[in-house]
Design a protein around this ligand. Structure first.
Ligand code: PMP
Length: 429
C-alpha cells in the first residue's frame, strides 16, 4: 500500500470522504487521492516522495509557483508580530489601495476569508442595495457553497430554482434563477419578464468550474447592457480569473466593467482570503456605513495580507502575464499536436494562465452542453496516465487547469513527454 492509500483509509474514519473539500476525493476520476507533503515552484511532492508538475496550483492561487521565497519571507516577517489582532492594520489599506489601482472598477472593497464569503456577501449587498430578492446565475458556474448559489436550473429557462444540494430550502432556491451560460437571448427574455425583481446577475466571466469555457464574443458586454437597462447589479465573480487572465482580471481582458467584483485565490497568495468590492455607492451600503450586515473575525488577517500583498506586487511587473500566457499556449499547442499525431479528438480552451482540456470532436467549446458532451471517461484514463508520467492535472473533467510563472522549459518537456505516452496508450485501449 502506498502512504497516500494508508493515509486516505485513515482519513475516512474521521473526515467525511477523507477530504475537507469534495473534488479532492478523486470521485470523478477514481483511485486514491494523492496526499501531498511539500510544494515548490511548479512541483508538488506526495507522501510517497513522488514529484509532479502541478497544473492545479491549489486551484488557482499559486500563480508564482509554490513556496515563492519572497512570499514566504513576508509571512515569516509578519509572524514575528502576531497572527491576528481583530483590529485594523496598515496592510489592509495598502491592499485596498493596490487592488483598487489594479482594477479600476473597484472603488471600495472589503476583505473576507474565502471566495464563498465574497460572493455570498456581494449578493446580500446587491439585494440590500436594490431592494430586490431574485438573482440570476448560470448553469455550470460555481460561486462557492452559500445557499442561494447552490442551485441549478429546472428544465425550462424560466423554471424556478431547484436546489442542487440537500439542505437548501426550496424557499431560498426559488429566488435563484438559473440560465444557460453564453446565451444572451435567455437573459434578455428573462429580464424582459421579471427584470424589476432581479437584484443582480452573477457570472464567472470565464467559466472555470465546468472545465474552462470562455465567454462568447459580445456576451459580457451584452450582460452589461441588459443590467443597465433593468437596473440590475452586474457581479463578476473573478475568484478564479482575477489577477490571472490579466493583471486587471477578466474585466480588463474583455473591457467590460461590472458593478461589483469578487476575488479570492491569488489575492491571498495561498492563504485563506476573499474580497468583494466595486462601486462606491453600492459599497457604502455595507455595515458600519449602511444597513447591509457583513463581518468576519479573521477578515484582513495579517498573515494573509502579507502573502497576498507580496504576491500582487510580484505579478504586477511588466511582462508577467504575457509570459504566463505564452507558456500556457505552448503547452496546449504541444498537447494538441501530440493528440493529433495519435489520432485522438482533442480540444483545448485558454484565457491567459487558465485552460481547459476536452476529449471532444467539437470545433469549439461554448456551452455547458458542449462540456457535457466531451468524453469524461477518456479524460479519466488520461488523468491517471499523466499522473503516472509525473503530471498532476485537476482530478476532474469539469475543472479548469492553471499554470504558474514557475513553469518553464523543463516542465514543458516533462508535460509533453508524459502526454505523448498517454495519448499513445489511450489510442491502444
Ligand atoms: N467563485 C469561483 C469562481 C470559484 O472558482 C470558487 C472556488 N473554486 C469560489 C467562488 C469559492 O471560493 P472558496 O472555495 O474560496 O470559498
Amino acid at each position: 500500500m502506498s502512504r497516500s492509500e494508508t493515509l486516505f483509509a485513515n482519513a475516512q474514519n474521521r473526515i467525511p470522504g477523507g477530504v475537507n473539500s469534495p473534488v479532492r476525493a478523486f470521485r470523478s476520476v477514481g483511485g486514491t487521492p494523492l496526499f501531498f507533503k511539500h510544494a515548490e515552484g511548479a512541483y508538488v511532492t506526495d507522501e510517497d516522495d513522488k514529484r509532479y508538475v502541478d497544473y492545479v496550483g491549489s486551484w488557482g492561487p499559486m500563480i508564482l509557483g509554490h513556496s515563492h521565497p519572497e512570499v514566504l519571507e513576508a509571512v515569516r516577517n509578519q509572524l514575528q508580530h502576531g497572527l491576528s489582532y481583530g483590529a485594523p492594520t496598515a496592510m489592509e489599506t495598502e491592499m485596498a489601495e493596490l487592488v483598487c489601482s489594479l482594477v479600476p472598477s473597484m472603488e471600495m472593497m472589503r476583505m473576507v476569508s474565502s471566495g464563498t464569503e465574497a460572493t455570498m456577501s456581494a449578493i446580500r449587498l446587491a439585494r440590500g442595495y436594490t431592494g430586490r430578492d431574485s438573482i440570476i446565475k448560470f448553469e455550470g458556474c460555481y460561486h462557492g457553497h452559500s445557499d442561494s448559489l447552490l442551485v441549478k436550473a429546472g428544465s425550462g429557462a424560466l423554471t424556478q430554482g431547484v436546489p442542487s444540494s440537500a439542505g437548501v430550502p426550496a424557499a431560498f432556491a426559488k429566488h435563484t434563477l438559473t440560465l444557460p451560460f453564453n446565451d444572451l437571448g435567455a437573459v434578455e427574455q428573462m429580464l424582459a419578464e421579471v427584470g424589476s425583481e432581479v437584484a443582480c446577475i452573477i457570472v464567472e466571466p470565464v467559466a472555470g468550474n465546468m472545465n474552462c469555457v470562455p465567454p462568447a464574443p459580445g456576451y459580457l458586454q451584452g450582460l452589461r447592457e441588459q443590467c443597465d437597462k433593468h437596473g440590475v447589479v452586474l457581479i463578476f465573480d473573478e475568484v478564479m480569473t482575477g489577477f490571472r487572465v490579466a493583471l486587471g482580471g477578466a474585466q480588463a481582458h474583455y473591457g467590460v466593467t461590472p458593478d461589483l467584483t469578487t476575488f479570492g485565490k491569488i489575492i491571498g497568495g495561498g492563504m485563506p482570503v476573499g474580497c468583494f468590492g466595486g462601486k462606491r455607492a453600492i459599497m457604502e451600503c455595507i455595515a458600519p456605513l449602511g444597513p447591509v450586515y457583513q463581518a468576519g473575525t479573521l477578515s484582513g488577517n495579517p498573515l494573509a495580507m502579507a502573502a497576498g500583498l507580496t504576491t500582487l506586487k510580484l505579478i504586477k511587473r511588466a511582462g508577467f502575464h504575457e509570459e504566463l500566457t505564452a507558456y500556457t499556449t505552448r503547452m496546449l499547442q504541444g498537447l494538441k499536436e501530440r493528440a493529433a499525431a495519435a489520432g485522438i479528438p482533442f480540444v483545448t480552451t485558454q484565457v491567459g494562465g487558465m485552460f481547459g482540456l476536452y476529449f471532444s470532436e467539437a470545433d469549439d467549446i461554448v456551452t455547458f452542453d458542449d462540456v457535457m458532451a466531451s468524453d469524461a471517461d477518456r479524460f479519466k484514463r488520461f488523468f491517471h496516465l499523466m499522473l503516472t508520467g509525473g503530471v498532476y492535472l485537476a482530478p476532474s473533467a469539469f475543472e479548469a487547469g492553471f499554470t504558474s510563472i514557475a513553469h518553464g522549459e523543463k516542465e514543458l518537456q516533462l508535460t509533453l513527454e508524459a502526454a505523448e505516452r498517454a495519448f499513445a496508450q489511450l489510442k491502444s485501449v
